[in-house]
Ligand binder design. Structure first.
Ligand code: SF4
Ligand code: SF4
Length: 446
């Protein structure tokens, strides 16, 4: 048996986790299509973790596709670029997918412009020092495209007393329904490999690993054909939440990231497939982060698709391009069904972290009756962070805030595996969020 066949026969994984139906069949064979330009784009200044960006354009100003429209507000912050050529119509409060009104730059599209990006020379990466490279990545507006939207340049700033032994690319896409990373790996494997090599050279690391779940065998084959020997393609068991970076490291290397720590604490760096590809687009072609691939899917949309969507496009326009919502559509979620966020308005825009637009019908989104805990222990078995979700939920319910911290609530990353398996339908992950809110308030006041 070859090494590759042996790896697939015994795919690596982590302890715990759950096996929801992956529901990817509606879109996993659909090639990525470009979403046509629409009349108006809304670019919230907060599309990433950290300080909001600061607008550098004024109302009425003409903007060109790819031109900076906001600069980083701090080191943990990043730039924004115009997704279209047009005119700044307003800088005002607009509804954000997080449910709040937040400052945004509204751009009216120039219907007569070709929307062609200006040509750019590839960057000579070898001629840049580490700090120059970090600054350049910050200028690109790049963030983690897996959903977290953490500014990428912060990850690339490796402190002098640290080194990186392994660059890991996350191609798991373990959330049910989503297929955008799958399509990117299949359609642009050279770009993913190129981005991986760029990160490896940036942080001075000689080994790269791309972890892909075994329900994407065609992507594994495409990446293996494109990758040099120093980049290993690692098949992983299909299990949720395999794509959480600590669990990805556990699965590939059997090493544990310390509680409250980062992969860099054990000399590793993890980026998503989309981020890796976007980095190569920026350094080789000068294309900043102005668009991303979004999976539009679920029983509530007429024509599911994988679409390359300019940032700032309203959800209503994306759904209209996909034939609209079908009768009986009940809920629209940004992201996947496990960690995604339900939306109250279709006027909100696609952001840097929007991996999917999931349209559910009444069956999938129906409220369920909650019963008392029967002490079955399934939630603890499913929790990949070795927590006791039922105990944490009780502590949150009875507001025992100090004990929440003592029981490691902050190690919960809200994957919802516990809620998924609970036969009593107790909304455990919601209690984790409530508990974290209490803990924040308590810490701020003490
Ligand atoms: S949501 Fe938190 S407590 Fe529940 S399984 Fe995930 S990490 Fe564990
Ligand atoms: S899975 Fe639900 S019913 Fe079972 S122990 Fe956990 S909270 Fe209780």
């Amino acid at each position: 048996m070859s090494t590759a066949a042996a790896a697939e026969a015994r795919p690596r994984s982590f302890r715990g986790g759950v096996h929801p139906d992956d529901n990817k069949r509606a879109t996993d064979a659909l090639a990525i299509e470009r979403m046509p330009f629409v009349d108006e784009y809304v670019m919230p200044l907060s599309q990433h973790i950290g300080a909001p960006a600061k607008a550098v354009v004024m109302v009425g100003e003409r903007v060109v596709r790819g031109m900076p429209i906001a600069e980083p507000g701090a080191f943990i912050s990043t730039s924004l670029h115009s997704p279209v050529t047009g005119r700044v119509k307003a800088i005002e409060l607009r509804l954000h997918p997080n449910g709040k009104m937040m400052p945004a730059i509204v751009i009216e599209t120039d219907a007569y412009d070709s929307q062609r990006l200006p040509a750019a020379e590839p960057v000579d990466v070898a001629a840049l020092c580490a700090d120059e490279m970090v600054a350049l990545v910050q200028q690109s507006g790049l963030v983690g495209l897996g959903g977290a939207a953490f500014p990428s340049h912060v990850k690339f700033k490796v402190p002098d007393d640290r080194c990186v032994q392994a660059v890991v690319v996350n191609g798991c896409e373990c959330e049910p329904f989503l297929t955008c990373d799958h399509r990117l790996m299949l359609e642009q494997p050279q770009g993913v490999v190129r981005g991986t090599k760029l990160i490896m050279s940036q942080v001075g690391c000689e080994r790269g690993y791309i972890g892909v779940e075994l329900n994407k065998r065609d992507a594994i084959a495409a990446l293996r054909a494109a990758a040099p020997p120093e980049i290993e393609i690692v098949p992983l068991q299909v299990k949720y939440p395999q794509g959480a970076e600590k669990l990805l490291i556990d699965a590939i290397f059997k090493r544990e990231v310390p509680a409250g720590g980062l992969p860099l604490d054990i000399e590793m760096l993890v980026n998503s497939v989309g981020t890796t590809l976007a980095l190569s687009d920026w350094l080789d072609r000068g294309v900043p982060l102005i668009e991303r691939v979004v999976t539009v899917t679920g029983p509530g949309v007429a024509h599911p698709r994988n679409l390359l969507v300019p940032l700032g496009t309203p959800l209503s326009a994306v759904l209209e391009h996909c034939g609209g919502l079908v009768p009986g559509a009940h809920q629209v979620v940004l992201g996947g069904p496990m960690m995604g966020m339900a939306q109250k308005s279709l006027g909100v825009p696609v952001l840097k972290g929007t991996s999917g637009i999931l349209c559910l019908d009444r069956t999938a989104a129906a409220p369920v009756r909650e019963y008392a805990c029967i002490r079955c222990g399934r939630c603890a078995e499913a929790c990949p962070m070795f927590l006791n979700p039922t105990r944490l939920a009780q502590l949150a319910r009875f507001e025992h805030v100090e004990e929440l911290e003592a029981n490691s609530l902050l190690n919960c990353f809200e994957c919802a595996a516990c809620s998924f398996v609970c036969p009593s339908h107790i909304p455990l992950v919601q209690w984790m969020r409530v508990g974290k809110g209490m803990l924040r308030t308590w810490k701020a006041s003490s």
